[in-house]
Design a protein around this ligand. Structure first.
Ligand SMILES: NC(=O)C1=CN([C@@H]2O[C@H](COP(=O)(O)OP(=O)(O)OC[C@H]3O[C@@H](n4cnc5c(N)ncnc54)[C@H](O)[C@@H]3O)[C@@H](O)[C@H]2O)C=CC1
Ligand SMILES: CCCCC/C=C\C=C\C(=O)C/C=C\C/C=C\CCCC(=O)O
Length: 257
């Protein structure tokens, strides 16, 4: 998909990886609505200094609530005349102690975003199709003893994306016209890392963190942009690790689908 002149939603775009994705989309000529549970004043001020203010907006959104996600889509149509064709969510937390919250935001939030995209973008429901890119982690491909719940939610996000993606290859089923992809980063230098205390084995976790070569949020944003731009990529996961590099994950063969 050519990004120039498209409309995009970036949920979780107030900081970290999401903010960098929004910046890359704006640079490439999209109009971007940032949505987040935190106040958008600071990020809007920053972007209004770099980009035409009519091309970037903010709408509050907690991914724990279906209605707030729907409101973001409605807001985009109200201000820019149509629904977006690019939907990205980076909203996520780590919290092994309040595990229901971790499941509700990381997995529940991803399911809610996908459901909204299906309703507003899906060709089978009158939309124009598009691309959805969600955020997993290398913990969504491999186990992590410091975050079993976090890892479970991130594995689930990969399964969610790949399952919706293969529907497009089933000619006898509804054709939604949406590509679904996911990014699985290693550790990234963002405020997210301050959530160490919500992981298990927190001292080990904190110490280990100091020995890791972190990715920049921009390196991760570039993976999202690739998954948006390349129309051949559907049901794909890009993993970023220092040891193995940046690559499309090779999954085991699907045996019955
Ligand atoms: N930073 C890292 O090392 C890694 C992060 N990730 C994943 O990347 C995603 C983004 O991470 P970062 O940008 O590093 O984190 P971050 O904490 O810097 O940014 C996350 C953004 O999501 C927003 N958010 C949180 N809960 C929300 C909710 N309920 N509704 C709407 N927005 C909400 C936050 O306000 C924040 O703006 C997360 O899903 C995280 O699990 C994956 C691998 C590594
Ligand atoms: C090992 C402890 C570091 C944990 C960093 C905190 C949160 C990370 C959340 C993630 O989703 C990322 C998961 C794991 C990152 C751990 C190691 C990355 C090093 C591997 C590499 O880059 O090659």
């Amino acid at each position: 998909m050519k990004i120039q002149a498209t409309l995009a939603i970036v949920i979780g775009g107030c900081q970290g990886i999401g903010q960098q994705i929004a910046a890359r989309l704006l640079e490439k000529g999209a109009k971007v609505c940032i949505a987040d549970i935190q106040d958008g004043g600071a990020v809007l001020t920053e972007f209004h200094q770099q980009f035409t203010s009519s091309r970037v907006d903010f709408h509050p959104c907690n991914v724990s609530k279906d209605s707030e996600i729907d409101d973001v889509f409605a807001h985009v149509r109200e201000i820019w005349g149509r629904f977006p064709s690019i939907v990205i969510s980076t909203a996520g937390i780590i919290d092994e102690h309040d595990w229901q919250k971790c499941v509700d935001i990381n997995l529940g939030g991803s399911i809610r975003v996908v459901n909204a995209a299906r309703r507003f973008l899906g060709r089978d429901s009158g939309g124009g199709g598009g691309v959805v890119v969600l955020t997993s982690s290398i913990s969504g491909i491999q186990p992590d003893f410091w975050g079993p719940v976090y890892s479970a939610t991130k594995h689930a996000v990969v399964g969610l994306v790949r399952s919706w993606a293969i529907l497009q290859q089933k000619p006898n089923f509804e054709q939604h016209g949406i590509r679904f992809n996911v990014v699985c980063p290693g550790a990234v230098e963002t405020p997210f890392l301050e959530q160490t205390d919500r992981a298990l084995h927190r001292e080990w976790h904190r110490n280990r963190l100091h020995s890791i070569q972190l990715f920049s949020p921009n390196e991760v944003a570039e993976a999202f942009i690739r998954l948006v731009e390349d129309d051949e990529l559907n049901g794909e996961a890009i993993r970023l690790t220092r040891d193995l590099g940046v690559h499309l994950v090779q999954f085991p063969d699907t045996v019955y689908a």
